[in-house]
Ligand binder design. Sequence first.
Ligand code: M6R
Length: 369
Amino acid sequence: EKGGYDYFMLKEIAEQPKAVADTLLGRIGTDGRLTLDELRISASDLRRVDKVVIVACGTAFHAGMIAKYAIEHWTRIPCEVEVASEFRYRDPILDDRTLVIAISQSGETMDTLMALRHAREQGAKVLAICNTNGSTIPRESDAVLYTHAGPEVAVASTKAFLTQLVACYLVALYLGQVRGTKWGDEILAVIKELGDAPTHIEQVLETMEPVRELARSLADAKSVLFLGRHVGFPVAMEGALKLKELAYMHAEGFAAGELKHGPIALIEEGLPVVVVVPSPRGRSILHDKIVSNIQEIRARGARTIVIAEEGDEAVAPYADHLIRIPATSTLLQPLVSTVPLQVFACELATAKGHEVDQPRNLAKSVTVE
Ligand code: M6R
């Protein structure tokens, strides 16, 4: 049942191109526009939405953080994202013009379920993004967009995460399409680019041997830091979460701009720091800023592991290890930049002799609050 792989996690990482392709299937029309009638929320209701609130836990929360960048950029609707366990206890402001998006692989996460119940009680419409047909969260929501990752068995979420990202992009683009923002042309170009994502992910998977080798060489590291900016920030947090849950190591994901406000004090000789570099095209200011961050940490002794786009030469002089990913538009980069981090955590945990499919103290679906 592991399809020739030693662990479900390895199998699920390898299945990502297909999971992403399946999640896109049937959702892009021949005219290049999205067809999401399955949402069953009318265009006029979507045009009335004046705030989006995303609730989720763990890896699904990181997908939600990325969705916020996409939603605000393409739709200009304010978007908040919060871990579900905090959300309802702070008396959030919601009404019938709020669209709440609950993201959950299992559809059974109690924290997320309680958050969506609270949202519906306040009159908000709830859209579930879920991987499990007929589970509780989609059943209790007003609408659902299923991810088609197939069953995810390993406790650490991989293919479900990439498909959650796809679903989030689809929702953001669809909201933009329905509401007709000034980004119309960009939206069409991104829908087209989404279709290339499975090939891009495949390309990353084919070049992972040096990442595995690097991970094995770091089995004795005490801590690993992850830095990113913009959508690379949630990717950094996801890389750190994977390492915590699988390798039982101290790992933190930071917004690179926050370094100088504290975390830079952690940098010492030999500390591995993974940096997710935004595309040098697009918002190039982000790229320039992160190049200086890499220089700053390297000057203080960090061992820099840099994930950067093919052809980005500016980072090369400061990278002790350079991991290449295909060029994408700024907002879609997480679909490729997350993959090396999954492989890294899985290999490092295996090198430490840990059971990657079933890490200690964790359950696949957390059905208690
Ligand atoms: O089933 P859900 O997506 O609601 O689960 C949410 C989290 O419990 C889950 O993503 C968890 O953080 C994973 N073990 C991360 O790999």
